[in-house]
Design a binder for this molecule. Sequence first.
Ligand SMILES: Nc1ncnc2c1ncn2[C@@H]1O[C@H](COP(=O)(O)OP(=O)(O)OP(=O)(O)O)[C@@H](O)[C@H]1O
Ligand SMILES: [Mg+2]
Length: 426
Amino acid sequence: MSVMSKPVFASDFGTSYYKYGPWWIMKTGPDMIENRGYFPKISKVSAEIRGVKVREVVVGPEVSEFLESRADLSRLYYPMRNGIIERGDDKGWKVVKELVRYGLLKYHPGSTDTTGVPFHGFFVVASLAAQAPTYMYERLFEIHREINEEEGNLVRAVTIIPQPLAVAIAERAVTCVVIEAGHGNTQVTPISRDVIKAALIPLNRGGSDSDRIAAQILKDLGYSDLAREEKFVRIFKESVGLLPLNIEKSIEWTKDHPSALQSVFKIPGTTVEVDMGDKVWQRFLIGEYFFNPGHEIFESYYVRGFTPPKDTLVGGEVIPGDVSLAEAVKRAISKTPVELQSSIAKNIILSGGGFNWSVPKGLEGIAADSPTKMKFMMRELGLDTQPKMVSDPQFSVWRGAIVYGMAIGEGIKWDWRKMEGWLYLS
Ligand SMILES: Nc1ncnc2c1ncn2[C@@H]1O[C@H](COP(=O)(O)OP(=O)(O)OP(=O)(O)O)[C@@H](O)[C@H]1O
Ligand SMILES: [Mg+2]
């Protein structure tokens, strides 16, 4: 590869995954490691005797080695569980710093690139949740500065972009509402050139909520041990969970067609078999819960102590945690200037792994993909829309960040008022 063109490197800090890589892997997509760090118990003496470098925090694939040998989960830290790291969360920021270092070192071409052209550091586009407060921007800039000093020549300049804006850029959309739904949070984000901050609705909701209901279902089926294993629950959710078009109709249909839905599952990558028996209709609860945790069908779970997603406070208004996604979109649009509302509503873009539902063969019209479900729900609220999904839901933030980095001229300096431009480190 040649770094003759601006060496842009993009990073997307998700609540479950950190996605990163330089522009030249645009075709294949970014690398992805879990957004987490492990703080090993360090015995300096024994480490030094064995000639092992003592590290305070470990990130990347190596983490699983620590987990296998010690299984001390309390030393495992996920810094961004809802998209935000608290100012004083030293542990969280240490993890972020190591993730940044890890990704950059992996792709650092050395002092020259393969064609002999001197390399002066990456132009880094980092992507954060739209609700990220200013101190997160400051701290992230600072982390890049520290790493550049510690490693030398790694970063030339940094900019930071809200995740939904990166999606809009990747989709070349100017006026739209981007719903970015990953593992831990969902950002319902009206955009007209820039994010309309006053209309942004961040929800404490994501794929992880489908994991929670999936774990409860497993428990009720008698698989309590499995329900405690996060990784297993995730695999179960992704292979068994379904998104119903209309939950009542889907359940009715399942009861009328008792053998139409697969009910016994070998879970990929494990030796486990789960038999759902006559509870097979619960497969639909897993997808529905993410779209509408306020549906009365979940009442029986709440009564037993299962908790709905937490409320969010935006501009003094409480958005209930169990609001339906359609209602949240409607509310967000209603907060934008009236003359923009219809053009924003025309362009609803779904992005993020939380929307990654597909329709198995034979279940057309019963199960739905996310745009179809969203359209259906919006229509129930009296709104005619044509939601569409990005082609690569888990990577569109990263792709948009690369496109953005390529597009901003090197001469544009970071401006705290506009929140754009390059902050030069060297
Ligand atoms: N086929 C699938 N079916 C259901 N869920 C899926 C599927 N593929 C991915 N997911 C879910 O998508 C989520 C991860 O999405 P993504 O990578 O966009 O999140 P993130 O960027 O780490 O988090 P966030 O954007 O919330 O900060 C996980 O909950 C994962 O289980
Ligand atoms: Mg994300």
